[in-house]
Ligand binder design. Structure first.
Ligand SMILES: [Fe+2]
Length: 342
């Protein structure tokens, strides 16, 4: 999906909701509208049977809800996510697409509204990513389906979801620790860049490389993010250090503290790797996306010493396995990854 496709038109006071994300909610949490004329028309009322509404909706149809009902809808969507992920009647690929769309719909405001990470917002965020974490730890097929589903566009919430999913998958592959450890990787991966909500848009969206002073502003996002998650929870969450340290680098070249490898927790080192990998493989306003192979090559060669070598090697092994599955489409990529791992 392109960034353009994300922006579905809606009249003032309403927001679009694709029918796809509503499939596992039984009762309508708020009124649902369609937009065919000058103003939205009520399509189904709050409390109605949503399964019947969806059954008569056209494929790919999009509804509207009033913005004042947004939190109600997001709560219902987050509650439906475990059912979506575990629905045995739907293929892993379809379940992954729907789950990703739900996560994006629920989380987007958290990453675009300046003060959206209040206590309720944080709990909702945990609920969404914990559902995905628990499911990916149990269902091997869904792991690869979720990796294949990732949307590579510039939206901050998409990068956040991707970093969390790569983090879960890599931590699982490495058997990094008990479920709580992987849950923290997921939560910290999801919220690692939340401090960017406080970086001025003129810096965040600049369509060219940042200059020195702009970089100084951008780098404040780690401290801001750390403060935001502590404030939202009321005390430091167990993954707060991941938010604070995801730009530290093993050779001491990172920020904010310039710590060496031994001073950086292993989960923060893992998130640093999947953050960089997703960023490199995603198009940015000032550069094109690079292939998975080129990203791994850059991280191993041009950025040598910055990342934990063992974790990076595991990521290459993991993606080599993934590419082995997709080899029928792109044998070159598999060969490339194997070469980078050597
Ligand atoms: Fe960051």
């Amino acid at each position: 999906m392109s960034a353009q496709q994300l922006i579905t038109p809606a009249p003032p006071g309403y927001e679009p909701v694709p029918a796809r994300v509503l499939t596992d909610i039984s009762t309508l949490p708020c009124d649902l509208y369609i937009w065919r004329g000058p103003r939205p028309i009520l399509y189904a009322s709050k409390g109605g049977d949503l399964r019947k509404v969806i059954a008569r909706a056209q494929r790919g149809m999009s509804f509207l809800v009033r913005e004042i009902d947004s939190d109600l809808l997001r709560g219902a969507l987050a509650a439906s996510l475990p059912r979506v992920l575990a629905n045995p009647k739907v293929s892993p690929a379809e379940r992954s697409k729907t789950a990703y769309s739900i996560a994006a719909k629920v989380l987007m405001p958290v990453f675009t509204r300046e003060n959206a990470l209040d206590h309720d917002g944080l709990l909702l965020t945990h609920k969404v990513i914990d559902s995905i974490t628990i499911h990916l730890l149990e269902d091997e097929e869904m792991v690869w389906a979720m990796v294949a589903t990732m949307q590579k566009h510039v939206a901050t919430h998409a990068h956040a979801i991707n970093t969390a999913v790569y983090g879960i998958v890599l931590a699982r592959f490495m058997q990094l620790g008990p479920t709580d450890t992987i849950r923290d990787v997921a939560r910290g991966g999801l919220l690692h860049d939340i401090g960017k909500n406080r970086v001025p848009r003129v810096v965040l969206d600049k369509p060219s490389s940042l200059d020195g002073p702009e970089w100084q502003v951008m780098r404040t996002h780690v401290k801001s993010g750390h403060e935001m998650v502590i404030r939202a929870q009321g005390y430091p969450p167990s993954y707060a250090h991941i938010v604070a340290e995801h730009h530290e680098r093993c050779d001491g070249s990172g920020y904010p503290a310039g710590r060496m490898a031994t001073g950086i927790p292993i989960d923060a080192q893992l998130v640093a790797i999947v953050d960089a990998f997703d960023a490199l493989t995603t198009r940015r306003p000032y550069r094109a996306a690079v292939t998975a192979f080129d990203a791994l090559h850059v991280m191993r060669v041009a950025m040598r010493g910055q990342f934990n070598d063992e974790i990076l090697r595991e990521l290459i092994r993991l993606l080599g396995g993934f590419n082995a599955i997709t080899t029928r489409i792109d044998g070159q990529e598999l060969a490339g990854c194997m070469k980078a791992a050597g």
